[in-house]
Design a protein around this ligand. Structure first.
Ligand code: 1VU
Length: 329
């Protein structure tokens, strides 16, 4: 859960749009019909039909066509959309010269994805250009749910400009008259490592500062912006995935990118408060109210001190559990 955002900030009634949990954000190469056919068998918060790095350069057109067809015809797409679950597509970056064609194909589908993922954001102009294309194409959809956007920060330059980039993204979403909504930001760890000349390790010390800076900027907006953590590419090592996911959740990330079905459950569990933690949080909230009435700001709760900052953390846990639909006691 997120210690930096307040419980009120995570309350769905305090935001304009419903909160879609994205504990695991799973990539499925958009040109791979066999892998796409697996999606309805997976219990995953956010399946991402992938057009970018998971698809070879000479297969981009196949991916566009298959994603278009999947959106229009797959039963799982209809079902997920009816149930308010996510259906996401990641397009290519604008610098690649492929994004306009991706959008052309995607936005001409009768059913649109719930969420559009835009990688390698570097400048404000790119955001304005994207918003312009999207709002033109979506003009006929006024009054419907907005298209949710998730942006990727994947270079040193983007990380250092992140606050300005997010301000612009929130502004263009606000100006779109509810056609667009900014739902979150992803830390693109592997491109970031390539950009700074680092070698990626499972321990991820080389991106520790970047992850924490990224998170601080996202949380500084005091909205329900989601912060999605790095990929664990060593997909057979589920123990290390668990360790890294629990660490990300403790840092305040709201979810993690995954690449393989075996990773989904581990990640979604790590990003759900453990039942004993949730029980602790609920009891802290109750005990705090009681002690306030007795005029005690700080008190002993199971041999640990509880005061207001701890109350806020407990409230975050309770609010987050509600957002992700975790059963309450
Ligand atoms: O048992 P079956 O043969 O029926 O199915 C295989 C396999 O097809 C399936 N599977 C998947 N299904 C849906 N989505 C997936 N992403 C996915 N991955 C695997 O699961 C069964 C077991 O698979 P496996 O263990 O034999 O694994 P493979 O060798 O088939 O595939 C491994 C890779 C890593 C290639 C595969 O998981 C994959 O393509 N993942 C997504 C890659 C991707 O999109 N990368 C870009 C985003 S990540 C990024 O940019 C940051 C680095």
């Amino acid at each position: 859960t997120s210690p930096k955002s307040s419980a009120a900030d995570m309350n769905p009634t305090s935001t304009r749009h419903t909160y879609i949990p994205r504990r695991a954000m799973m990539y499925i190469p958009g040109d791979d019909a066999k892998k796409i056919a697996k999606i309805p068998t997976l219990i995953v918060d956010c399946p991402v039909l992938e057009c970018e790095d998971g698809v070879a350069l000479n297969r981009k057109e196949e991916a566009r066509q298959l994603i278009h067809k999947t959106l229009e015809t797959a039963d799982w797409v209809k079902e997920r959309k009816t149930r308010g679950l996510d259906v996401a597509v990641r397009i290519n970056s604008f610098q690649s010269g492929l994004a306009d064609q991706d959008l052309q194909s995607l936005l001409s589908a009768k059913t649109l994805p719930t969420t559009l993922l835009i990688p390698k954001i570097e400048g404000k102009e790119e955001l304005r250009h994207t918003a312009h294309i999207l709002t033109e194409k979506l003009a006929g959809r006024a009054g419907r749910d907005p298209l949710r956007l998730i942006l990727y920060i994947e270079s040193a330059k983007a990380l250092l400009s992140m606050r300005k980039l997010l301000k612009t993204a929130l502004k263009v979403a606000d100006e779109s008259h509810n056609l667009l909504a900014l739902d979150g930001v992803v830390f693109g760890s592997d491109d970031y490592c390539a950009d700074i000349g680092a070698n990626r390790s499972n321990e991820a010390k080389e991106v520790l500062f970047a992850r924490q800076y990224f998170l601080t900027v996202v949380k500084s907006f005091q909205r329900s912006l989601q912060a999605i953590d790095l990929v664990h590419i060593d997909f057979k090592d589920l123990d290390d995935l668990r360790r890294q996911s629990e660490e990300g959740a403790r840092f305040g990330f709201t979810g993690k990118q995954v690449i393989h079905p075996a990773q989904v459950d581990v990640v979604q569990q790590a990003y759900s408060p453990a039942p004993d933690k949730l029980k602790w949080a609920q009891e802290v909230v109750e005990a705090f109210t009681r002690h306030q009435k007795e005029g005690k700001g700080a008190f002993n709760f199971r041999n640990a001190m509880i005061d207001r900052p701890l109350l806020l953390q407990a409230e975050n846990i309770v609010a987050y559990a509600k957002l992700i639909g975790q059963p309450q006691r």
